[in-house]
Design a protein around this ligand. Structure first.
Ligand SMILES: [Zn+2]
Length: 160
């Protein structure tokens, strides 16, 4: 019998499957999730498989780890439009699309050193508006500085 699914997506009891990751971003996502492979999770990583939607994509399957909804925004900033499937007892109980948030507050620092959010005496939280979703691109609400996807990934990973 054919299920029509990739073998990698089968037989996970409890955990998370992240699918439709833009090719090349799976390792960055693992770093963001602070997964090194030494935690004892059973982990499957597939990179550069063919995808009708994306051309090439990566897939991550982690057993024993359930991603929380609040992790979705950061994942979306690295792997926009990835699909997060939460699996319990072999069933997908939740499917989330990692859509970059419209507004990103506090999670990133503006790269403009003169931005008011970088002044030590100003208790102003950084705030960015998303001007492009795929790949994500953000503009600082205060100074207009634009963060590219590369900038965003670098910064998220340096703090991970
Ligand atoms: Zn700024």
């Amino acid at each position: 019998m054919r299920s029509g699914k990739e073998p990698i997506l089968r037989k996970i009891k409890d955990g998370t499957i992240i699918d439709h990751i833009p090719a090349g971003q799976a390792l960055n996502l693992l770093r963001l999730m602070a997964i090194t492979g030494r935690e004892g999770f059973t982990l499957a990583l597939v990179m550069n498989v063919e995808s009708r939607k994306l051309g090439r994509k990566d897939i991550i399957k982690v057993e024993g780890l359930e991603l929380k909804p609040e992790d979705t925004d950061k994942i979306a900033l690295i792997a926009p439009m990835a699909t997060i499937n939460v699996v319990r007892n072999y069933e997908v109980v939740e499917k989330r699309k990692a859509v970059p948030p419209k507004v990103v507050e506090g999670a990133l620092k503006c790269r403009n050193p003169n931005c008011i959010t970088n002044k030590p005496n100003e208790p102003i939280k950084s705030k960015f508006r998303t001007i492009s979703y795929n790949p994500p691109k953000l503009v600082c609400e205060y100074c207009g500085h634009v963060m590219t996807h590369e900038d965003i990934v670098k910064q998220l990973l340096s703090e991970a």
